[in-house]
Design a protein around this ligand. Structure first.
Ligand SMILES: [Zn+2]
Length: 246
């Protein structure tokens, strides 16, 4: 975790250093820093997030970060904030989430953790079940859709970006998107279907490009493509809402 904390400082230090060294040397250093960052972030989950703790009720040792119940007294445990959504949903930390398995896991966890299952227990256990159930909901909703999953994965890789910040500075791309909006506003129903089909193709390609970029550890490309996905999603929503807005 220390490297992660130091990285923002390193990235601010390096441009200062460039005034005293050659541009090639600076580029090389920058590239090493970026590689270190990716190497660090792509460490297996097991090395990052295995944490031990004690059961709040019986003090037995719990060795897994994603153990929802004490293996000794079977009492529900508080969620650990450091566990990732991927860990909670028992899914590999990858963009290519198996959504069928994700759905199954969600149902399984909610069946075990939902507050309705805790009506005859202490207030403390009820409260914990609400926290756990709500965290499972967050994890499920975030990992289900490609955009939120991509943004979350970027954040895990140290690229902090939210949906509202996912805006492009690519003039050509933005002009193409603007043109799409104009076409949508003035199109016949038939033409609208064609635009929707084109946009769906863009969406599919974009999702594939995000998947490839994450698989190759190319986080900057993944970031650019996730931002594009935000625009294509908005276009899709705009088309769906045309009936209401026209
Ligand atoms: Zn216990």
């Amino acid at each position: 975790m220390l490297i992660r904390r130091l990285l923002p400082r390193l990235t601010t230090i390096i441009p200062v250093r460039t005034t005293n060294s050659s541009p090639d040397r600076a580029r090389q250093t920058w590239s090493i820093v970026k590689q270190t960052k990716y190497m660090y972030c792509s460490r297996p989950e097991s090395q990052i997030d295995t944490k031990t703790r004690l059961c709040w009720k019986c003090k037995a040792l719990i060795t897994s970060a994603i153990e929802f119940f004490c293996p000794s007294c079977n009492i529900i445990q508080r969620p650990l904030k450091k566990t990732t959504y991927f860990e909670i949903m028992d899914s590999p930390k990858t963009f290519d989430v198996n959504t069928v398995q994700l759905n199954d896991k969600y149902k399984e966890l909610q069946w075990k953790l939902h507050p309705d299952k805790f009506s005859d227990v202490s207030e403390e256990e009820k409260k914990i079940s609400e926290e756990q159930s709500s965290r499972v909901n967050e994890a499920y909703v975030t990992l289900l859709k490609p955009l939120s999953r991509g943004l979350y994965l970027l954040n895990l890789h140290g690229e902090h970006v939210t949906e509202s910040e996912a805006t492009s500075t690519d003039g050509e791309f933005l002009a193409a998107i603007m043109e799409k909006y104009e076409q949508i506003s003035s199109s016949s129903e038939e033409r609208l279907e064609e635009i929707q089909k084109e946009n769906n193709e863009h969406l599919e390609k974009c999702i594939q490009d995000i998947s490839d970029a994450f698989a190759q550890g190319d986080i900057q490309t993944a970031r650019q493509e996730v931002i594009k996905l935000n625009y294509y999603n908005n276009v899709a929503e705009y088309i769906r809402n045309q009936g209401d807005w026209s």
